[in-house]
Design a protein around this ligand. Structure first.
Ligand code: NAD
Length: 474
């Protein structure tokens, strides 16, 4: 049994930070192969799973206090300013998506607000026949698949929740975020090692690929699968024959009712829809506005940094640039509004954060999850029509919806009908992640399988322990 002290954490952090210099980038930022071999990064899935399994067996002997200290060490590592800056800059460089400032906010939120050991609850029954407890116990080794859009955020979030619950985790990151994921997994292992936690509680393979992910999913020692990504990977884990948690795609509609505070709604919409260039799965992807306030809303959206496109030729150029059939063109996902406009020969004013345009409901910008700062506006006759249309373009993802209204009946009606995991009222979409809204943070939002915003308790099995004939003191 190990007891991890605050001094060990301080020592661990200073060691881990000494290996990361803020100016590092490119090849210099990648932990060398010889180093990573003992830091959670392996050549094969078999090795990564075997190492995680051995680490988890050792971890069973650790106390809850130890787990708390481990979680604290992960948080402190992630929150070190050099590391926040490095993760944000490198994520933009390696994936070509999003922007540094918002990625710093996202990583900070996940490190500060993801629940730890306190999330695990025990239920108990006591009576004449004794005492029975129902406890949240680890699965063992979890296989976690992570997206390009939140590469470090998801690894930090899943690591905190899964380790707090007593598990080990094998990550399958997106190949486009390979180098940064290796850097993070290796450094998290160093932090864990330095605070006396088992090495290899967090592992991955050096060359992530679809084949490696399939091998990981089929591995008999992986007891739970957690997929954060688009519909393809969620379908794949659900067909695996194993217990699987699917955190899939969204296409969040934002309804603006005539009773809304329009200037405030406009500010929140531009803030939410331009956040990290619209790649968060929760970000406002289309606005459905009641006709009576639509012009006023557009006026205020423009005042807050939205660039209104009205010329049909430019609209066609935008579509040709960014849409391929029913999908966004990957090379434009997560690019800035300015870069997108410049690519079609439009120079927007300084401070432009979002592109807006009026479209019909069946437009590809409305129906597809674009993940770009291009947000179409659809005019509805009244709030009931707006709600119906919002349900239509959410496509039953059950992910996120946003509504601006001061009519409690309309808010309640939309919330009941749309059935999304997150429903934000009168705020920016990211308030649903605990950023400027109450509640904890998670970057794995399990709509399809119903766990909701995942946290430590999601990654546990419920186990009943029964003591017969004693310990009842009632
Ligand atoms: P993606 O689906 O392309 O990739 C996600 C992960 O799955 C990657 O690691 C990828 O390598 C892997 N993958 C994809 N298809 C696979 C297959 N057939 N076999 C094995 N592995 C496969 O998604 P992305 O572009 O990285 O991320 C964006 C998507 O993720 C969006 O749809 C977004 O809404 C969604 N997302 C959802 C959440 C959530 O919590 N619900 C969070 C972030 C992102």
């Amino acid at each position: 049994m190990s007891t991890i002290t605050a001094e060990q954490i301080a020592l661990a952090l200073s060691r881990a930070l000494s290996t990361v210099s803020p100016g590092q980038s490119g090849a210099g930022s990648t932990v060398g192969a010889a180093e990573v071999a003992c830091d959670g990064v392996f050549a094969t899935i078999d090795e990564a799973v075997a190492a995680a399994k051995a680490a988890q067996r050792e971890f069973i002997g650790y106390s809850l206090a130890d787990r708390r200290q481990i979680v604290r060490a992960i948080r402190e590592f992630a929150l070190a300013p050099e590391n926040l800056d490095f993760m944000a800059s490198e994520a933009v460089r390696q994936t070509g998506m999003g922007n540094r400032e918002h990625k710093i906010l996202k990583n900070r939120a996940v490190a500060e607000l993801t629940p730890g050991v306190e999330d695990l609850m025990t239920e108990a029954w006591s009576g004449d026949d004794g005492l029975t407890t129902l406890e949240m116990s680890p699965y063992g080794v979890i296989g976690a698949i992570t997206p390009t859009t939140n590469p470090t955020e998801t690894i930090i979030c899943n690591s905190i929740g899964m380790l707090a619950a007593g598990n080990a985790v094998v990550f399958s990151p997106h190949p486009r975020a390979k180098e940064l994921s290796i850097w993070l997994v290796a450094h998290l292992n160093r932090v864990l090692d330095s605070v006396g936690a088992p090495v290899n509680l967090i592992t991955m393979v050096r060359e992530p690929s679809i084949e490696a992910t399939n091998e990981m999913m089929a591995h008999p020692d992986v007891r739970l699968l957690v997929a954060t990504g688009g519909p393809g990977i969620v379908d794949t884990v659900l067909r695996s024959g194993k217990k699987a948690i699917g955190a899939g795609a969204g296409n969040p509609p934002c309804v603006v009712d005539r009773t809304a505070d329009i200037p405030r709604a406009a500010r929140h919409i531009v803030d939410g829809a331009s956040f990290d260039n619209n790649i968060p799965c929760v970000a406002e992807k289309e606005i459905i506005a009641v006709d009576a306030i639509c012009d006023l809303l557009i006026f205020h959206l423009e005042k807050n940094g939205a660039y209104l496109v009205t010329d049909p030729t430019i609209v066609d150029q935008l579509v040709a640039l960014t849409v391929n059939g029913n999908h966004p063109r990957t090379e434009w996902v997560g690019k800035s509004a300015t870069a997108i406009l410049q690519a079609i020969g439009v120079t927007p004013p300084a401070g432009t954060r979002l592109i807006i345009l009026e479209t019909p409901l069946d437009h590809p910008f409305v129906q597809n999850e674009m993940m770009m700062p291009i947000v179409p506006i659809v005019r509805a006759h009244d709030v009931d029509e707006a709600i119906d249309w919002a349900i239509d373009c959410e496509h039953g993802n059950r992910h996120t919806a946003i509504m601006h209204s001061s009519d409690v009946n309309a808010l309640t009606r939309m919330a009941k009908l749309i059935q999304t995991t997150i429903f934000v009222k009168n705020g920016p979409s990211y308030a649903g992640l605990g950023i400027g809204g109450e509640g904890f943070c998670s970057f794995t939002i399990a709509g399809p399988t119903g766990e909701g915003l995942t946290s430590a308790r999601t990654f546990t099995r419920k186990r009943r322990c029964v003591l017969v004939g004693a310990l009842n003191v009632r």
